[in-house]
Structure formats: structure tokens, C-alpha cells
Write a protein that binds this ligand. Structure first.
Ligand code: PEP
Ligand code: MN
Length: 338
């Protein structure tokens, strides 16, 4: 439930409510908004019968949150969450594009990609150092060596770094190098991993599982938030459907639906959703038109030589064209691109 405090409530009155809730075993999440303070209280509501919170000084009303996700819910926080990564804000007026190769392959490949991303107006470099591959015989990533190359690319270009962490044992190492951690689609419900990234102070991109419902996806976000990390960016990346022409089916409805249900920023990955580079730019444009807060897109200096996901990777030229078009759509939506 949430306890909405009167806008004139004093710090002392807020404190009294917090003490009362903690005493009966509730987990507390305080949100001090511009208008008013909201206390998110998670615990057994039946215990509340004994205390009449609504009669406490400074309390305006007590509202139960009916959805199973609480902290991720729009009911808990009305204003959009803006996730800060370095100097960037994700979820605000500016739309940021995260782009780069599927996997970090070599210094030369990554540096080239990083310069191309920067020159086309991207703000964040993507690249996997740990790759979740369907086949154990496919390229699995350069691991820590790849993370070092990403950090080097950040040094040279000023771009921020987003990269996937697959294993609880690697969370602190990946967090040491990266600015934003990515939980891949296959790990959306890896609850141990979610709990582990909840303990770090870096933003997390949480991809939607290939068979994850919107509710399951928001519950996965809830794991990270209830563990203490509120900086969650949701990423729609296509779901499994009967349609098999494309790699997955991009569920663009998820963008307005999730933005209605949750205050968290939502970005879209058209590359993994579609699996074919040709259809990536139109769906990227559609994502911005649908209200997405950003994109994550695969671009390779030479897609035909990519070790991973070449067929869905944009060439530098196509990436540049897409970025120019996205600026126009962003403008129509009353948003900006850097
Ligand atoms: C990726 O972004 O490299 C990736 C593997 O994506 P997903 O987890 O969405 O399949
Ligand atoms: Mn990929």
C-alpha cells in the first residue's frame, strides 16, 4: 500500500509514520516528490487493522496497491522515473540511443564502432563481453578482456558503456567496468541474478524475456527495486509468437501499456526483436512514435564479418540514416535527441 502524506506534513510527522510501519514489520520505501511525500509500505496488510494510519497527523490517505508489483507501479510513483547514468538522463525529454556490435570482438572492431556511434549522435556504446548463445560451440565473448576494451572505448570517445552480465559471480566485475548493466532476455527471471544487481549502484537495463508477460517483467523489475536499486530501465526486445518470419515479434503495445502501469523508463531493442537489419530502422522509428524513452540497436563496422548477429546489425551508413530519421520523429513527439 502507499501512504500519501499531506503536502504540509512536517518531517516529524513523516518520521512518526515510518517508525509505526517499521515497528509492525513493514518494508519502507520513501519517495519525496515535488508535490508530496509518498511512503511505499510493503508487508502484511492484515496487521494494519490495529493501527489507524489515516488518523495519524500529516497523513492524507492510505491507498492499497492492487497490482502484485508495488515499487514499479505508477500507483507508487506518479511521475516518470529518470534514471541517471553518468551525465545522461534516461526517461527524460532526451531520447538516447545505445548502439554498437552484438559482441566485443577485438580492439579494432570496438574502437571503430564506438567512433561511429559517437559521430552519429549515439550516447551509449553497447557490446557483449559475455554472450548468451544458443549453441555452446558459438563465440561466447571475450569476457574480462572485452570489458577492458569497452572501458578503453569509453576513455577514447566519452560514450557510456552498457553490457550484459549473465552470472551472479560476475556482477561486481561487470559493474566495475560498465556504466549500465544489462540483464539479458534469457535471464529475466533469474531471481538470484536480479537480487545481485539490486545490490549495486549502477543502472540496470532489464530485457523482457522471450515468453515474459508484462506482469512477469514488472515483477522482475520489482526484485531489483525491492533489493534497493531503483535505477531500472525496461527493454522490450520481442517475444515469441507463432510468427516465424522475424526472429521474434516486437510487442510495441508493451511501450504505452508499461508506461501506463509503471513509472520506469522503457526502451526498445528492434534488432533482437526482428533479426533482420532491413526492418530495424522502421521499427526504431515506430518505437519512438509509440513513446519509447530510448533504443538499443546493433551496429557493426562490417556486419558480414560479425561473430554474432551480423544479419540484424546495421551498417554504419544505415545506422547514420536511421539516426537522422529518428531525430525528426523525436521532434514530432516533443522530444529531443542529442
Ligand atoms: C543482446 O543484447 O546482446 C542480447 C543477447 O539480447 P537479448 O538478451 O534480448 O536476446
Ligand atoms: Mn545480439
Amino acid at each position: 500500500m502507499i501512504v500519501v502524506m499531506d503536502h504540509r506534513a512536517s518531517d516529524g510527522e513523516i518520521e512518526e509514520v515510518l517508525i509505526r510501519l517499521k515497528k509492525i514489520g513493514f518494508q519502507i520505501h520513501l519517495s519525496r516528490g515535488v508535490e508530496r511525500t509518498i511512503i511505499g509500505a510493503i508487508g502484511d496488510r492484515s496487521i494494519l487493522c490495529d493501527i489507524n494510519l489515516e488518523s495519524m497527523p500529516g497523513v492524507e490517505k492510505v491507498v492499497p496497491i492492487l497490482q502484485p508489483y508495488k515499487l514499479a507501479s505508477r500507483a507508487f510513483q506518479e511521475e516518470n522515473t529518470i534514471v541517471k547514468a553518468g551525465d545522461l538522463e534516461i526517461g527524460g525529454a532526451t531520447i538516447h540511443v545505445m548502439a554498437g556490435p552484438c559482441a566485443v570482438e577485438s580492439r579494432e572492431q570496438l574502437m571503430k564502432a564506438a567512433r561511429l556511434v559517437r559521430d552519429a549522435g549515439g550516447a551509449i556504446l553497447r557490446g557483449g563481453a559475455f554472450k548468451p548463445r544458443t549453441s555452446p560451440y558459438s563465440f561466447q565473448g571475450l569476457e574480462e578482456e572485452g570489458l577492458k576494451l569497452l572501458a578503453e572505448a569509453r576513455e577514447e570517445t566519452g560514450l557510456l558503456i552498457v553490457t550484459e552480465v549473465m552470472d551472479v559471480r560476475d556482477v561486481s566485475m561487470v559493474a566495475h567496468y560498465a556504466d549500465i548493466l544489462q540483464i539479458g532476455a534469457r535471464n529475466m527471471q533469474n531471481f538470484f541474478l536480479l537480487r545481485e544487481v539490486a545490490r549495486i549502484d549502477k543502472p540496470v537495463v532489464l530485457k523482457r524475456g522471450p515468453s515474459g508477460t508484462i506482469e512477469e517483467w514488472l515483477m522482475a523489475a520489482e526484485y531489483i527495486m525491492s533489493g534497493g536499486n531503483y535505477n531500472v530501465i525496461l527493454c522490450e526486445r520481442g517475444i515469441r509468437s507463432f510468427e516465424n518470419y522475424t526472429r521474434n515479434t516486437l510487442d510495441l503495445t508493451a511501450v504505452p501499456v508499461v508506461k501506463h502501469l509503471s513509472h520506469l523508463p522503457v526502451i526498445v531493442d528492434p534488432s533482437h526483436a526482428i533479426g533482420m537489419w532491413r526492418f530495424v530502422p522502421p521499427m526504431a522509428r515506430a518505437a519512438i512514435a509509440a513513446g519509447a524513452d530510448g533504443l538499443i540497436v546493433e551496429m557493426h563496422p562490417n556486419p558480414s564479418e560479425a561473430l554474432c548477429d551480423g544479419p540484424q546489425s546495421l551498417t554504419p551508413e544505415n545506422f547514420k540514416m536511421m539516426m537522422d530519421d529518428l531525430k525528426k520523429i523525436a521532434g514530432l513527439m516533443g522530444r529531443k535527441m542529442p
